[in-house]
Design a protein around this ligand. Structure first.
Ligand code: SF4
Length: 77
């Protein structure tokens, strides 16, 4: 397993929710934008770190986002 960070630019996110069907961890927040479990939200950016084998799903969500709001980064050990 590899630790990785999923980050969403909330200023770019427009609530299309193409990401939700690719990765079930993405969910609609109360403000109509996207959220992730245990995510930190600051300066218009949502960031969550995971250590599991679901990175592929996060990459698919990132690829599906029509405004390229999602980025997935591996965390260097
Ligand atoms: S697919 Fe992109 S724009 Fe749509 S809700 Fe997800 S992050 Fe936001």
């Amino acid at each position: 397993m590899t630790e990785y960070t999923v980050s969403v630019d909330l200023e770019a996110c427009d609530g299309v929710f193409a990401c939700l069907v690719r990765d079930g961890r993405f969910a609609e927040a109360e403000d109509g934008l996207v959220t992730l479990p245990d995510a930190e939200r600051s300066a218009g950016r949502l960031t969550a770190t995971f250590d599991d084998d679901e990175r592929e799903a996060a990459e698919q969500a990132a690829a599906a986002c029509p405004v390229d709001a999602i980025t997935v980064h591996e965390v260097e050990p």
